[in-house]
Ligand binder design. Structure first.
Ligand code: HEC
Length: 125
């Protein structure tokens, strides 16, 4: 009888451990990729330029030696077509530099906005 009790106890302990492990696995919403809804229009002026401002890109990319010039009135012409290939984010140095080379460690929502802006045609809107 004592042996049976032991077996039951050990099994319960194992089950308890696995239940915790399972909770940990399901409780990770922050790892889900951020997808901008297809119907959302991403605008250069109100969605992309503010990213360059909030990450202080202009501190270095200010029309001096470091290209591209990301000052608001220069950024579009500096980016397209040299650093941004309209319709193709994965061929665009802006996106590659930020998303793959992790230049400046910017947040995933900003990256998703930049990607969608480029893939939707990189308009100056
Ligand atoms: C502290 C200075 C600094 C800041 C801030 C900075 N950069 Fe840069 N960036 C550089 C330097 C230096 C280079 C050139 C060397 C290199 O390619 O890493 C560069 C290169 C680049 C390139 C060109 C890569 C190529 O292929 O020629 C892009 C695009 C770029 N940065 C975008 C950005 C964006 C967007 C931000 C803001 C999110 C930003 N940078 C913030 C210093 C900075």
């Amino acid at each position: 009888m004592k042996k049976l009790l032991k077996v039951v106890l050990v099994n319960s302990l194992i089950l308890l451990c696995f239940s915790c492990y399972y909770d940990d696995l399901t409780d990770v919403p922050q790892d889900e990729p951020i997808v901008i809804p297809p119907e959302q229009t991403v605008l250069f002026s109100t969605d992309i330029l503010p990213i360059f401002e909030s990450y202080n890109c202009i501190e270095c990319h200010n029309g001096g030696a470091i290209n591209p010039d990301l000052r608001p009135d220069r950024a579009y012409n500096a980016l397209v077509p040299t650093y941004v290939v309209s319709g193709n984010s994965l061929d665009s140095r802006l996106y590659i530099k930020l998303a793959i080379d992790e230049h400046r460690n910017i947040d995933s929502e900003s990256l998703a906005l930049i990607k969608k802006w480029i893939d939707d045609g990189a308009e100056n809107d």
